[in-house]
Design a protein around this ligand. Structure first.
Ligand code: SAH
Ligand code: SF4
Ligand code: F3S
Length: 407
């Protein structure tokens, strides 16, 4: 019996942060709209997309080996139609922007590389690759230069989770923390029009979703300015319509049918008492704040370009606890930043003790391309990073357990 060979099944493998989880869904939505079938079975897929992360070396290593595995597995696949063939393989996400066409040298089996702001072009790019795959003029395509996304890519209505949805409120980050690759791979901070955000959430709620997470790499720096819209507050002046993060939260809270919402990730420099007050007041907003501190040493914070001091941070944490009663506070920490001494480490250890986070994610410093910190020697040994990592992890575990018991 002649079996129909379709070449329309797409498998998307997501690595990295929640932003990538949402981006994979956006990609899925665009491809589904173009007639592709999104499968969760990689073995059956004709097109495999790796939506990648560059935040630490380990994240990237995982991608290179996953690409290698996909190629090997397919070469030995036990199917007469597919023997010896390899699916179309694509790289999207942060590694696409980080390495661009160099990806084709490192992984020759890759057919396309599409950057974080270029995902709207995917249906076209894949179609083009398919047209020529297996022929003499097989193509490799890379597109990594777009500066912004068309808002319509967020409105395909394609959702994998039927109860909870991620909603991007801003793309990119321009904080340039010295260790971080994100500003180089995600571009400048761009806030979305509040009307588009509210429209997207309302459509989700109409589709039965009751929980929302607002996403941004620096979520609380959200700020919308529209010079073309009338401003009823300022009659007689040039119309300027502005919208900040607290205002957006207030609007989201009003959406009927929505039960709960939250946001990640906040930067301490953009965290205000007004925000805490809003968190205390808005009934649908989860009393939860992820506020990465990264280090407890002023010297290291300065080298990291974090733009706050240990004291600023501890004061913020204190105000949060006072204003947002019973709220959860979580953090990220990096150990082994270049030049981190035992004293610097102790400062971080003590801060963790003092702040009493409900949870903490502890990372070992990993030098990243493009970043300022790359110029500094990565001089804390692997063993020492591991020791510091284990010590803070253990301390945090104890604190988390204690706080859970209290609740
Ligand atoms: N925008 C968010 C998330 C950034 S990435 C924020 O500002 O918090 C998530 C976490 O990864 C960071 O908070 C940081 O703790 C960690 N991280 C980023 N770059 C790193 C690097 N080069 N080495 C180790 N950890 C890193
Ligand atoms: Fe990276 Fe800093 Fe931006 Fe977070 S705030 S994404 S750590 S540059
Ligand atoms: Fe990774 Fe990019 Fe997110 S580097 S953490 S996938 S923004």
């Amino acid at each position: 019996m002649k079996q129909e060979v379709t070449s329309k099944k797409v498998f998307i493998r997501t690595l990295g942060c929640q932003m990538n989880v949402r981006d994979s869904e956006v990609i899925g939505g665009l491809l589904a709209r173009a007639g592709y079938e999104i499968t969760d079975d990689e073995q059956q897929a004709d097109i495999v997309i790796f939506n990648t992360c560059s935040v630490r070396q380990m994240a990237e290593d995982r991608v290179w080996s996953a690409v290698g595995n996909a190629v090997n597995r397919e070469k030995h696949r036990d199917s007469p139609q597919k023997a010896g063939t390899v699916p179309i393989i694509g790289i999207t996400g942060c590694m696409a922007n980080n390495y661009r066409e160099a990806i084709f040298e490192k992984a020759p089996a890759v057919d396309f590389v599409v950057g974080t702001a270029d995902i709207g072009k995917l249906p076209e790019i894949i179609k083009e690759i398919q047209k020529h795959k297996g022929s003499l003029n097989e193509k490799k395509i890379y597109e990594t230069d777009a500066e912004f996304r068309e808002d319509e890519i967020y409105h395909t209505g394609f959702r994998l989770d039927k109860e909870h949805a991620f909603v991007v409120i801003s793309e990119g980050c321009e904080n340039f923390c010295s260790y971080c690759v994100v500003p180089y791979v995600r571009g400048k901070l761009r806030s979305r029009d509040p009307e588009d955000i509210l429209k997207e959430i309302k459509a989700d709620v109409d589709a039965g979703i009751s929980k929302i997470t607002l996403l941004g790499q620096n979520v609380n720096a959200y700020h919308w300015v529209d010079k073309n819209r009338d401003s009823p507050q300022k009659p007689g002046t040039v119309p300027v319509f502005t919208f900040d993060f607290v205002k957006l939260l207030t609007m989201v809270n009003r959406i009927s049918g929505l039960k709960e919402f939250t946001f990640v990730t906040s930067h301490p420099k953009d965290t205000s008492i007004e925000l805490f007050k809003a968190m205390a007041e808005l009934d649908k907003l989860r009393k939860y704040m992820h506020l990465p501190v990264q280090s407890g040493s002023d010297r290291i914070l300065k080298m990291m370009n974090r733009r706050y001091t240990r004291e600023n941070y501890l004061n913020l944490a204190k105000s949060y606890r006072e204003i947002v009663r019973g709220g959860e506070l979580t953090t990220d920490i990096i150990v082994g930043f270049p030049g981190e001494t035992e004293k610097d480490f102790q400062d971080t250890f003590d801060l963790v003790k003092e702040a009493e986070f409900n949870a903490g994610f502890i990372f070992k410093y990993s030098p990243r391309p493009h970043t300022e910190a790359l110029k500094l020697p990565d001089d804390v040994s692997r063993e020492e990073k591991e020791r510091r990592h284990a010590l803070i992890l253990e301390l945090q575990k104890k604190i988390s357990k204690k706080l859970r018991k209290k609740i």
